[in-house]
Design a protein around this ligand. Structure first.
Ligand code: SAM
Length: 231
């Protein structure tokens, strides 16, 4: 499902933001790291990395991809680190996996406690009020004599703090079609609410979701990159 994501461009972009806004340290932690694609590029950019995820099978794959990094099985909404770090990232909108606004607050508090002075927290997020339930991203891949169609789209009912990510996979093998549907519950939040949660502890900057250029967020945009510097 992630075949179209340019992890190198994302990681290089965050590295540039860290050079501009960070404390020049190189200890990095990736929250909800999955199989560690960002961590691979952070290591290649000179960081000493660790990754955290709630699923051990993801961490097993991350360890294979990034043997130089440390990995820990923890919930990002209540995690602790042995040693404070300089930069914390959370990508592919994974911060929305916090189960409700209270858990999101707890995630932000854990991040604050885990960062050194002047350290940065960088993540991407989607604005609940700008979700278009009809907008679906599709891509295809051919693998092992099968043709796959992957689809994903946000869904928000227009009120409350729950949204979901709807996913489907269609697999076609020699005219036999199989179809899987999944729906991930996620926290819904507006950018102004998110800014209010973060601003007591961080200087908050919001950028366009464009990994080629560092651009201030356009008020019409529904996707943003948040860069938060620990006060
Ligand atoms: C969409 S994947 C993103 C993985 C990776 N960040 C990437 O960009 O490829 C979401 C990841 O979040 C993890 N996850 C979900 N809820 C979590 C939680 N509460 N704490 C830590 N990890 C969580 C899942 O196990 C999964 O690996």
């Amino acid at each position: 499902m992630c075949a179209d994501i340019n992890y190198k461009a994302q990681s290089d972009y965050v590295h540039r933001l860290n050079q501009l806004f960070g404390n020049k340290g190189s200890l990095h932690l990736d929250l909800a790291c999955g199989t560690g694609p960002h961590i691979r590029y952070f290591i290649d950019n000179g960081y000493q990395c660790s990754g955290l995820d709630i699923n051990q099978p993801m961490l097993d794959l991350a360890e294979l991809r990034c043997p130089e990094a440390d990995f820990m099985l923890q919930n990002m909404c209540e995690f602790k680190v042995e040693q404070p770090v300089d930069i914390i990232t959370c990508f592919l909108y994974s911060i929305h996996y916090s189960d409700g606004v209270e858990k999101l607050k707890s995630c932000i508090a854990s991040v604050y406690a885990a960062l050194k002075q002047g350290g940065v927290f960088c993540f991407n997020a989607v604005e609940k009020n700008k979700i278009n339930n009809c907008s679906i991203i599709r891509h295809t891949a051919d693998y092992d004599n099968s043709h796959f169609v992957f689809s994903s789209g946000w869904n928000y009912c227009g009120s409350g703090e729950k949204q979901s990510l709807k996913l489907s996979i269609e697999k076609n093998t020699q005219q036999v079609t199989e179809l899987w549907h999944d729906e991930h519950p996620m926290v819904a939040i507006s950018f102004s609410e998110l800014q209010q949660l973060l601003s007591p502890c961080f200087e908050v900057y919001m950028f366009e979701h464009d990994y080629d250029k560092i651009l201030p967020l356009d008020a019409r945009s529904g996707n943003a990159i948040f860069l938060c510097v620990k006060k």
